[in-house]
Design a protein around this ligand. Structure first.
Ligand code: ZN
Length: 390
């Protein structure tokens, strides 16, 4: 007897109706826990706390105990709905109109959670004695400070022998069409605050002062026009954006003693935090050699750059997508950060999910056809994963 696939539509509707704006759980994790435990998954609710941040509920669910172990990482928290009157259909009602399910989280990312849950449930029903394991790492703190979420669940997984061999993050990675893009890494981010100091003085007697403004301007010009690297096969060249140039001087007849600039670098794996600090050191040294001045800076580390090198795992996911859509997905490292930045410290990770055209917007919605195709792709990935030798 062939089982009919689990319908992801009511599943997604139920999840959207759980009002889980970060950090509220809203019943979404309880709903998933019930569904997965009914199908043989062992579930753990993990509540993490830290001073100054709200407590966050998370869920880890695992079917099977051996290797290979494939993990789906996602979140059930959503961003706020904004102005509810602006929605064509209420943000937490999950109404269906013209083939679309409307609601906050439809794409980011209750849609992928519902699609993967449906795929995993079907797999569990068809193969009760799974050789290997399939698990869910679902956080309630992805759209928030991300302190009591995925980072801490991963630490807990490590302590308890649950680190997977491979992980798929369900972020909506597709751009224009489902399956056009898989994300296999992200650029890093590092910010700088540079201060140039001189000597205050009267604007009529500049020779008696030491003006830091032209010195800092020279530095800003240098670093904005210099090349950081050429990128590589999977990354565009690193970029630098000057975000602030501040003197804070209200007087037109006073040469200020200090000027401050801020800039942010988005970098490829051709760089790291240390190499970028060295790069900034060198530019400051050159400007100091030319114009003098007292210089100092601080840097604020965002995320490091990372890549999951294309290989058997990435290829398996690409094939699963192509078999469904007829189109080979592009491997991308563009865009902002996601929880994949934490997972990459433990195992190879990639991001695959539906289109992201309406995420975080009024009238966020997903086409039912797209939701079902996402489920089918996840089913193909699961089937291929547990029959392949990676
Ligand atoms: Zn998301």
């Amino acid at each position: 007897m062939k089982n009919t696939p689990t319908d992801p539509v009511p599943l997604l509707q139920d999840l959207i109706r759980c009002k889980s704006v970060t950090p509220a759980e809203g019943g979404a994790l309880t709903y998933l826990e019930d569904l997965l435990s009914t199908h043989g998954f062992t579930c753990q609710r993990l509540i993490f706390k830290a001073e100054g941040t709200p407590d966050v509920e998370n869920l880890f669910a695992r079917l099977g105990s051996g290797a290979p172990h494939l993990c789906f990482a996602g979140h059930t928290d959503v961003v706020p709905e904004g102005i509810e009157e602006n929605w064509t259909h209420p943000p937490f009602a999950a109404e269906i109109r013209d083939g679309f399910i409307y609601g906050r989280g439809a794409c980011d990312m209750k849609g992928s959670v519902a699609a993967f849950a449906a795929a995993a449930v079907d797999f569990a029903r068809a193969s009760p004695k799974i050789k290997g394991s399939i698990s869910f790492l679902i956080t309630g703190d992805e759209e928030g400070p991300a302190i009591n979420g995925t980072v801490k669940v991963l630490e807990w997984m490590k302590e308890n022998g649950h680190i997977p061999d491979h992980c798929i993050v369900g972020e909506p990675s597709s751009a224009d069409k489902l399956g056009d893009t898989i994300k296999i890494g992200r650029r890093g981010s590092l910010s700088f605050i540079v201060t140039a100091e001189g000597k205050q003085g009267h604007a009529a007697y500049p020779h008696k002062a030491d003006n830091p403004v032209p010195k800092l301007a020279r530095l800003v010009d240098r670093i904005s026009s210099a090349k950081l690297d050429d990128g590589n096969d999977h990354f565009d060249p690193s970029t630098l954006a000057v975000t602030s140039f501040d003197v804070g001087n209200p007087a037109g007849n006073v040469i200020p003693s200090r000027a401050v600039a801020k800039f942010n670098i988005r970098f490829s794996p051709e760089h790291n935090f240390d190499s970028l600090r060295l790069w900034v050191d060198q530019h400051i040294a050159i400007v100091k050699g030319e114009l003098g001045g007292n210089w100092s800076y601080s840097s604020i580390e965002g995320a490091d750059a990372f890549i999951t090198e294309p290989g058997a795992f990435v290829g398996l996911v690409q094939d699963a997508v192509e078999n469904e859509t007829g189109m080979l997905p592009k491997l991308s490292t563009s865009g902002g950060t996601s929880d994949a930045r934490f997972v990459k410290d433990y195992c190879p990770v990639l991001e695959f999910g539906p289109t992201n055209a309406t995420i975080h917007q009024t009238d966020e919605r997903i086409a039912i056809d797209e939701l079902k195709a996402t489920q089918t792709i996840y089913s193909r990935i699961i089937a291929a994963y547990f029959s392949a030798e990676l």
